[in-house]
Design a protein. Structure first.
Length: 86
């Protein structure tokens, strides 16, 4: 009984990790997930390259951007201030 629970928990962990990695963007060269604050470079073939591997690509990048936290843009919302009539 104890062994079957360990096997089940291990399988659930691996399944959860596999789902998480499917949703992440990874570098097309080193397959590493870029860190928050790191610059990534986007290419015409819909791939991206981390700042560490950009020198290995022969073609120029179409654009580059910073990696933001998953809650960036959603966690902090501007508050509408009431207008005072003059």
């Amino acid at each position: 009984m104890r062994r079957s629970l360990l096997d089940l928990s291990r399988r659930l962990l691996h399944t959860g990790m596999a789902r998480m990695t499917e949703e992440r963007d990874t570098c097309s060269v080193c397959h590493r997930t870029p860190l928050v604050g790191e610059r990534v470079h986007h290419y015409a073939d819909d791939t991206l390259c981390c700042s560490l591997c950009v020198a290995t690509r022969s073609e120029p990048a179409q654009s580059s951007s910073l990696v933001h936290h998953s809650e960036w843009g959603h966690a902090v919302k501007p508050i509408a201030r009431p207008r005072i009539a003059a």
